[in-house]
Each structure stands twice: as C-alpha cells, then as structure tokens.
Design a protein around this ligand. Structure first.
Ligand SMILES: [Cu+2]
Length: 251
C-alpha cells in the first residue's frame, strides 16, 4: 500500500518507517471498520421495537470477560506486538546504529541557531576546526551511496533537523551533542527543515540537501575546499564553532 502524497523516499532505510506507518494505518483502519459495523448492527437490528425488548447486558459474565480478554490480546499482540518485533528487527539491522570509522562515513558537524542550520565538513585533512573546513549555510552537500554521519549541537534553543525524504529527524539541543545518520540512494535536491517550533522565524529555518554523484561531490570538495582555505580568517572567532569528535561522545 502506498500513499501518493508521501515524499519520495531516497534513503537506504526510509522504507522501515514507511512499512511501520502503513501497517499501523491499515490495522487501525480495519479495526475501526469492524467496530463501526458491530455498532451499526447493534443499533439497527438489536434495538427495541414493537414486540421486541432490547437486551441490556452489563458484560460481566464469564464468557464476556473471556471474549474481552481474547480480543484485547489479539489487538495487543497482533498490532503492538508486530510493531515491537519489527522495531527490534530494525535495531538489529543497524537502522539506528551510528556508522563506525571503518564504514568511512562522510562526517558533518551541524549547528542550529535561530534561524538557520550551519554545516561543517572537515575538508581534506579530515579534522574539524582547521582552515580547510567547508562551511555551508542552509545547504548540505553529500555524495550518493555513502553513509553520512551528523553530529549536531544548538546555540540557543532546541531545533530539529528533519529530512522528510529520508524519514529521519533528530533534535539539536543546547549543551549536548546529538547524532543522526543516513545514506542517499538517489541523486537530486531535497528539502530539509527545522521540526521544532524555535521562535518567531521558525518558518524560515529550512534549506536544501544536494545529493551528488561521487565525482560531483569530489569536485565540489576540491573547489570549495580551496576557496575555504582562501577565506579562512583566524581572527573570526564566530566561524570556529567546530569541535573534535570523540569516539564515545554521547553514547
Ligand atoms: Cu529551529
């Protein structure tokens, strides 16, 4: 089952969320229809009419309690149980597992502030807060088919980076570092936004994610990297918000 208005899924793991959403929607729709049909049947065909008394039943007899228990168990294990099982399977398959260094992720630092997202890529030296860092505002460039590892902080209030085409969202919280990862399966330009109401101009807090071919991304890195080195100003303290990654950070 698919809904035409859903944003295009261009991620490795987005289908996991879609499958769960579809399952819950279908299960609730079926349950709702059954309950409405039973209610209609009772109201229309079992009501009092001339020559017929409606039966008033408190539902406390043993057979009623057994029926209620059986239905409750059916719904609990048939819906919640399935979602729990699927969620656990997703965990096991690494949906929520932050990429290790061995998986060679593209590492990105994100700062959220009223009302924009700033992204920092480490550049050729692989280290953050050095002159060749690539800084972008409300625009993130990533290559297709590589894991992207984001570590995020906030300057002022809680923001949330939401990538609808990747079915992921994570808060940026002042005073702590949060993490999120994704992998794109399709090139293109996609929108991201802030998903926490973070002030009067919250609506302005959005930008574009450019998913490029590996060659296109390498070209972008080379061109922007040398431009970044030229632009680097050691006196500009505001621009040096990056930090050094620690393996155990925020586990
Ligand atoms: Cu925000």
């Amino acid at each position: 089952m698919s809904f035409p208005r859903r944003p295009l899924d261009v991620s490795l793991d987005g289908f996991r969320s879609d499958v769960n959403f579809d399952f819950i929607t279908a299960a609730i729709a079926i349950l709702f229809s059954v309950i409405v049909l039973v209610l209609l049947w009772v109201v229309l065909f079992r009501r009092a009419r001339p020559g017929r008394t409606a039966l008033y039943e408190r539902g406390m007899a043993r057979r009623h309690l057994v029926l209620i228990g059986a239905l409750a168990a059916l719904f609990f294990f048939g819906i919640d149980g399935v979602v729990l099982y699927r969620g656990y399977a997703d965990l096991q398959e690494g949906f929520f597992k932050f990429p290790t260094a061995a998986e060679r992720p593209i590492e990105v630092e994100v700062i959220g502030q009223q009302w924009s997202f700033q992204f920092r890529l480490p550049g050729a030296d692989g280290l953050f807060n050095t002159p060749d860092d690539l800084l972008t505002l409300d625009e993130l460039h990533v290559p297709v088919g590589r894991p992207i590892a984001l570590k995020m902080r906030a300057k002022d209030v809680i923001h949330s980076l939401y990538l609808p085409n990747f079915r992921i969202k994570q808060d940026l919280i002042p005073g702590t570092t949060t993490r999120m990862w994704f992998q794109a399966t399709q090139m293109g330009t996609y929108e991201f936004g802030c998903a926490q109401f973070c002030g009067v101009s919250h609506y302005k807090m959005h930008g574009t994610l450019q998913v490029e071919s590996p060659e296109g991304f390498a070209r972008w890195l080379a061109v922007e990297g040398s431009a970044a080195r030229d632009r680097y100003d050691p006196e500009d303290r505001e621009a040096h918000w990056g930090w050094t990654w620690e393996e155990q950070e925020n586990r």
